[in-house]
Design a protein around this ligand. Sequence first.
Ligand code: NAD
Length: 245
Amino acid sequence: MDKRVALITGAGRGIGAKIALALAADNTDIAVVDYGEESAAKETLDALAAAGVTARYYRCDVSDFSATKEVVDQILKDFGRIDILVNNAGITADKLIMRMDEADWDRVLSINLKGCFNMIKHVTPFMMRKRFGRIVSVSSVVGLMGNAGQANYAASKAGIVGLTKSVAKEFGSRNITANAVAPGFIRTAMTDALTEEQKKEMYKLIPLGSLGETDDVANAVRFLVSDAARYITGVVLKVDGGMYI
Ligand code: NAD
């Protein structure tokens, strides 16, 4: 495959870091966009360098419209192109609505949903000129099924589905595809903190009977940005072991 360049948000660690490594295996240079200090992403950047691709770190809050414009401009200057956008950055602030305040709602929606809009808004002018683009946004099964205590998170992830389908319709004629992945329960620091009891309850909800791995999500994204998926747009690919059928 020709050398490509991917901008991946929240790629400093977790699922985003695995997505970066999966795309690197397909000869893709990586712009890691994350919120924290560059040192927090050192392990990821070292692994990408070891994989033989060019990787650079850009510190940016995806919810900040003008900062995302600046970062996209800088990446285009440094790499000369952006072929792939993966909107992966996301947070939770779980509370029942009774206890959820306005700031909890605004923060989750700004990062998880507006962050995707910001990036799509700024990368699509370049992709349109090139008549090529692959956009994948990380939703969640919670956005499809709802979850008590996660109204803000579920709304943001459901919003990503509507955004993705609209982007697929607006940009399809320019050979830009837009898809979403919807992970279920994935083994991360967050799920490691659950008790054995809680995990057993969870497994009862999952036909495949186990948690997913970050690689499972990364492989789905790798497929959706590959040439093998050139005729696929506007889909939500669940990576959930059958949890929500
Ligand atoms: P994580 O917390 O390990 O990683 C999220 C990354 O996003 C971090 O590197 C963080 O610094 C970055 N980030 C947070 N706010 C940001 C901001 N404002 N601007 C830029 N970067 C920011 O989480 P994860 O488990 O790897 O999750 C990645 C994505 O997958 C998220 O969108 C999450 O909602 C989604 N997801 C995760 C699971 C799961 O089980 N872990 C399930 C479904 C969906």
